[in-house]
Ligand binder design. Structure first.
Ligand code: NAP
Length: 343
């Protein structure tokens, strides 16, 4: 009899000995093992770094993007972008509950969002129905497997499923901001106009309070106006996050000194040094971006003699789904913003 593994290692094909996230190929046979959950997938939310890379590689040609996504899943048994290494998440309906799956209260047809990355989730795509090039969501006809240790959230019946998917994709970011930012802190959000950017900005303003400062760094002039209108930051500046000195100088010009906490929520590579230079040695840089390079951050900080504390943006932190869904549901300006983009 096959030995079941709560982490899904029994589905790893290559290389042997690694967990499913690190595998280059996993078994996506859609026959549920006793400790697994089978899901009828409705929509994939490809993470922004991955979606941006695919979009760029295909010159925004939706047909080519479709072929690339199908090819990745065929090769790997999961939607893990080989360039960024990242995944995303999905919503779907429960199709079958293995008899040893921990949550036996789940019923066939329950709508859930997985809270583990697509980069480790066995996935089979029969057909791509639609790629929404504006919001990273891909509607498919397909199935997926959740392992025994895979976390998920039920999609609240009073919320639009695409909005829930968008919010939960980045749930770790505002929930970490809640833990990292203290009253009176100065905070820089790099990529503040993006999906996690606005959630982090809201949470940072709330935590830093009236004695703190939240500075949003954005890419385009229009985004300055939008964020100022929404009052999600105390100040908003335009700077290219890949230009370290530009980011540093703009933040210094506003804050007069480096900030206590920097949150990196961009979706492109080469943004590590702007964050490091802009943050106090006693401060924290939180790298949520999946385009972050450990090597560039570690060696870059050493190279400029910075002792800053750097945190890898773990997608999970306790209570992240509740905090983020509450935020999106109960803060009208964020709700309107998400409804406009995702529903
Ligand atoms: P998003 O909505 O696409 O936002 C990214 C933002 O970065 C956009 O506003 C974008 O502006 C901005 N940006 C891009 N290039 C820039 C530059 N050179 N200078 C300044 N701003 C720039 O992305 P998201 O969904 O919030 O995701 C943010 C990051 O988190 C991504 O890297 C994603 O992969 C990652 N992520 C991590 C986890 C985790 O578990 N750690 C989970 C989910 C997602 P434009 O729109 O003008 O380009």
């Amino acid at each position: 009899m096959e030995k079941l593994c709560k982490y899904g290692t029994n589905r790893v094909i290559t290389p042997k000995g690694v967990l499913p996230q690190a595998a280059t190929m996993i078994d996506n046979t859609m026959v549920v093992k006793d400790n697994e959950l089978l899901i009828d997938v409705i929509t994939l939310n490809i993470d922004s770094a991955s979606f941006t890379q695919i979009k760029k590689a295909c010159n925004s040609d939706v047909k080519k993007m479709e072929e690339m996504i199908l090819e990745i899943v065929k090769d790997r048994g999961k939607m893990q972008n080989p360039v960024t290494g990242s995944g995303g998440m999905l919503i779907g309906k429960v199709k079958e509950v293995g008899k040893l799956f921990p949550d036996q209260s789940l019923k066939v047809g329950d709508k859930i969002a997985t809270l583990v990355s697509l980069s480790l989730t066995p996935l089979l795509i029969n057909r791509i129905k639609k790629i929404n090039i504006e919001n990273d969501q891909v509607n498919i006809d397909g199935t997926a497997i959740l392992f025994e240790t895979g976390i998920f959230a039920k999609v609240p019946s009073d919320m639009n499923e695409h909005l829930v998917l968008a919010a939960l994709d980045v749930a770790g970011a505002p929930a970490q901001v809640d833990k990292l930012v203290n009253e009176g802190d100065s905070v820089a959000i790099i990529g503040a106009a993006g999906k996690s950017g606005v959630l982090c900005a809201y949470q940072a303003m709330k935590k830093a309070g009236i004695n703190g400062t939240v500075i949003g760094v954005v890419n385009e002039p229009q985004q300055i106006l939008e964020l100022k209108d929404l009052e999600l930051c105390d100040d908003v500046v335009m700077a290219d996050a890949t230009n370290a000195l530009d980011v540093y100088e703009k933040i210094m010009a506003i804050n007069g000194e480096q900030v206590d906490v920097t949150i990196n929520v961009v979706n492109v590579t080469d943004t590590e040094m702007g964050c490091i230079l802009s943050t106090k040695e006693t401060g924290i840089v939180y790298f949520f971006s999946m385009a972050t390079s450990f090597t560039k951050a570690a060696l870059g900080a050493e190279g400029v003699g910075s002792d800053v504390k750097m945190i890898i943006g773990n997608g999970y932190t306790a209570g992240h789904a509740d905090l983020t869904l509450n935020l999106v549901n109960n803060v009208p300006l964020i709700k309107r913003l998400f409804e406009k983009k995702y529903t």
